[in-house]
Design a binder for this molecule. Structure first.
Ligand code: R5P
Length: 296
């Protein structure tokens, strides 16, 4: 790690500091401001020539501004002629638009990854992207961090007669993984989403027994909250006890949090890939530092 420097871009939520401290490498914070006309100004105040520059930027809201600031930071870093550039993007925005759901739509995640590659990123590290396969379109070295072990550690202490609930097919492998660590049962709901209105409808496994059991709903992202709210309502209707939600990326407003609580969710756990005032937060910096040790 002799030649490594961590460059904290504008949105790291403490992860850049955490990673630099764990790896015991220098941390450079970019200077940034918004110009009077709304454009972003960036400056990297320390010479990083010949270094491996690990730029940390989580692409949480406002996503588009954070993406531009990342691209500008990459160019600022390139101006010093670094040895290589590694991007750490704890939350990878646009990962849910991974296909053309309706004719005429872009494949947004591919656009973002291609752009980062063409801006000369050598490798990327991200946390629990919506679909792992999408990362291949980066066409370079990458590492994916999975916070499941951290969730399992947290919920392991009270897993007696708990059931893990995947609110849709995409969350099934997560539910299976955490259920196998916790040695509890899991079940899955089928989600049908109206692509135009965003409305979701859930259908459960027939005869699955929820009565009196605590439920852990697991997902990658909570945004409008509709998916986990419907899942919680389904579990409550079927007699569930306490309901907790664990998700890697919580993009929730106060209003969404209130609706989650009203639906019967009593505990919300997320990670620091996205700042969230309404949850217990697990720090993913140690996992990112481990991934960087392997990739560098
Ligand atoms: C979708 O497939 C994802 O895994 C999440 O379930 C979804 O993005 C959550 O979004 P929302 O909270 O808006 O329902």
């Amino acid at each position: 790690m002799d030649n490594v420097v961590v460059v904290a871009c504008t949105a790291t939520n403490g992860i850049a500091d955490g990673v630099a401290e764990i790896l015991n490498v220098p941390l450079v914070k970019v200077e940034s401001r918004t110009l009077p006309d709304g454009e972003s100004y960036i400056r990297v105040p320390v010479d990083v020539s010949d270094k491996t520059a690990v730029i940390v930027q989580s692409l949480y809201p406002p996503q588009d501004k954070h993406i531009i600031e990342l691209i500008l930071t990459m160019d600022a870093v390139k101006g010093y002629r670094p040895g290589s550039i590694v991007l750490v993007m704890p939350y990878l925005a646009y990962s849910r638009q991974n296909k053309r759901f309706l004719p005429g739509e872009p494949i947004s995640i591919e656009v973002i990854l291609r752009m980062l590659r063409s801006e000369e990123a050598d490798a990327i590290v991200t946390v629990d992207p919506h679909r792992q396969e999408s990362i291949k379109s980066f066409n370079g070295n990458y590492a994916i961090v999975d916070p499941i072990s951290l969730f399992a550690e947290l919920f392991g202490k009270r897993s007696k007669d708990m059931v893990v609930l995947a609110p849709d097919k995409g969350a099934l492998s997560k539910a299976m993984d955490i259920a196998s660590v916790l040695k509890v049962q899991f079940t899955q709901l089928e989600k049908e989403r109206d692509r135009k209105t965003g409305e979701v409808r859930l259908v459960g496994e027939q005869n699955f027994r929820f009565e009196g059991r605590d439920v852990l709903i697991i997902d990658d992202i909570v945004s409008t909250g509709n998916t986990v709210i419907q899942a919680a309502k389904f579990a409550k209707l079927n007699g569930a006890g306490d309901i907790a939600v664990a998700a890697s990326h919580l993009l929730i407003s106060e209003e969404t949090y209130k609706r989650m609580v009203e639906s019967g969710i009593s505990r919300v756990v997320g990670t620091n890939t996205v700042p969230c005032k309404y949850s217990e937060t697990i720090d993913v910096s140690p996992l990112i530092a481990e991934a960087l040790k392997k990739i560098l």
